[in-house]
Design a protein around this ligand. Structure first.
Ligand code: PHE
Length: 475
């Protein structure tokens, strides 16, 4: 490990600690909730194949670029971009996209915690069911026995109609996130990732094998991997690109921030590839875990955002050991969500430390509490404020509730904008020798990366941005 010079003086204790934390940041609700939802709604195969292309052609070069900026800058996102700009003799005004990223991370955190709160609620529901099953001497029975399909699926509506319960779950999840981030990079974030990520992978592999054995794997594989190209409409492509950015945590300066804690001199190509492969692998495994169960019970794969929260709990009723597996399944999502939410909070927290000179505990508290408050508006949007449309003047958001509006605005506007500015900055403005030195890329790999970041990314991301903002162009 090399001497350090971050504003915070903090750093990862090893290369593998960084990789685990970065994979933890990437793997989250995006993989296990959003990806299967989108794949189901978009008709499967063609979406999945196009998504994989987006990850490797656009996402991976951006992952490398963000980590590069952080590693070269060694401080919060805005400061790191400024430093790289300075060293390349270009305007420090580029620092602005670090600021946009920090705001996006803050906004995503606000609703992410609310959705993670739903997961927490289901951990409770299945946990209590499992305790009852064990009490009844039948720990391997199906879940929620004796409840009708309406009752099980109605739970989500009941939860949404109950602001107090939503608030309690949101508070618990945000509290945990804040607690970890306030403890710092080494004893908070790194420790959480090194404990939770191995646990996550064991659960993921275990439940996927279970799904393959008891569920309908043949239908699932056909659904996920047989492309029907007529389903690849511009809207679906747009969704796939947006999902690739979200899932890899791109455009919010998260990987810049995590990259700034790298102290060694290792190359970044292999590390970036590992993050992209792991994130995509988890999304695909999540699909192979969820759809066999959904198909086995004859449910609709295109159920939308409620797929995981309504369809699956019902499916677990008729599955062997459904109570136990259901419980483990929601624990798995919760674990994934925590290692992502801490990365979201870390971005503005590092900014407060690096740019405002705040202490870590103060910075984390200010932004954690702030995101908690914005999150309250999101959860009230499901009940008392269900008529509120915060961007009502914008046709794209005229019909969406508060949570979906913030999700849509960050995903369709802020992430693509952050990614576009990153690719223009790194692809066109930054000194090439610095990139080669810091990333360790050379020869053909460097040329390939440069082509993708300087040409393909800006063009493709501009298309997402424009078509996302003005869907009418797509007809
Ligand atoms: N990548 C995370 C997920 O898939 C979400 C996230 C986005 C986390 C941006 C950090 C930054 O759930």
């Amino acid at each position: 490990m090399v001497a350090q010079s971050t504003a915070t003086g903090e750093g990862w204790s090893s290369r593998s600690a960084f990789i685990l934390a970065a994979i933890g940041a990437a793997v989250g609700l995006g993989n296990i909730w959003r990806f299967p939802t989108l794949a189901g709604e978009s008709g499967g195969g063609a979406f999945v194949i196009f998504y994989i292309a987006c990850v490797f052609l656009l996402g991976l070069p951006l992952v490398l670029s963000e980590i590069f900026i952080g590693k070269a800058g060694q401080t919060d996102a805005v400061g790191s971009i400024r430093k790289v700009a300075q060293d390349s003799n270009v305007s420090e005004g580029w620092g602005i996209f670090g600021g946009i990223g920090a705001i996006a991370a803050f906004l995503i955190l606000s609703f992410y915690s609310v959705v993670a709160g739903w997961v927490l609620y289901y951990v409770g529901v299945f946990g209590m069911d499992l305790i009852q099953a064990i009490g009844a001497g039948d720990p391997f029975r199906g879940a929620l026995m004796g409840e009708s399909q309406e009752m099980i699926q109605g739970r989500m509506g009941d939860l949404f109609a109950n602001p107090g319960l939503l608030l309690a779950m949101h508070l618990a999840f945000m509290g945990l996130t804040l607690f970890i981030v306030a403890r710092g990079v080494h004893s908070g974030i790194e420790k959480a990732a090194t404990i939770l990520m191995p646990m996550f992978f064991v659960l993921l592999v275990g439940i996927t094998i279970y799904g393959a054995v008891v569920g309908d794997l043949t239908d699932t594989l056909a659904f996920l991997f047989t492309p029907d190209w007529s389903k690849l409409t511009p809207t679906v492509m747009n969704a796939a690109l947006g999902q690739a950015l979200f899932s890899l945590s791109l455009g919010v300066a998260g990987l810049i921030t995590y990259g700034s804690y790298i102290k060694g001199s290792e190359g970044l190509g292999g590390t970036s590839a590992m993050i992209a492969v792991a994130d995509t692998g988890v999304a695909l495994l999540a699909g192979m875990m969820i759809f066999p169960v959904v198909f086995a019970v004859g449910l609709d794969p295109a159920a939308g955002p409620t797929l995981v929260f309504q369809s699956l709990p019902f499916a677990f009723q008729s599955m062997p050991a459904g109570s136990l597996i259901g419980f483990l399944f929601f624990v798995l999502i919760l674990v994934a969500a925590v290692t992502s939410s801490i990365s979201l909070l870390e971005v503005p927290t590092a900014w407060g430390i690096g740019e405002l000179g705040w202490k870590r505990s103060m910075s984390a508290t200010v932004f954690g509490v702030g995101a908690f408050v914005v999150g309250i508006a999101c959860l009230l949007g499901y009940n008392v404020w269900s008529d509120v449309r915060i961007l009502s003047f914008w046709p794209l958001f005229a019909e969406t509730d508060i949570l979906d509006t913030i999700d849509g605005f960050t995903g369709k506007v802020m992430l693509p904008l952050g990614a576009l500015l990153t690719s223009l900055f790194v692809g066109w403005r930054v000194d090439r020798r610095m990139v080669q030195k810091v990333t360790g890329l050379s020869g053909g790999w460097f040329a390939l990366w440069r082509f993708l970041i300087a040409w393909l990314c800006p063009i493709a991301v501009t298309i997402i941005l424009v078509t996302g903002l003005f869907p009418s162009i797509l007809g």
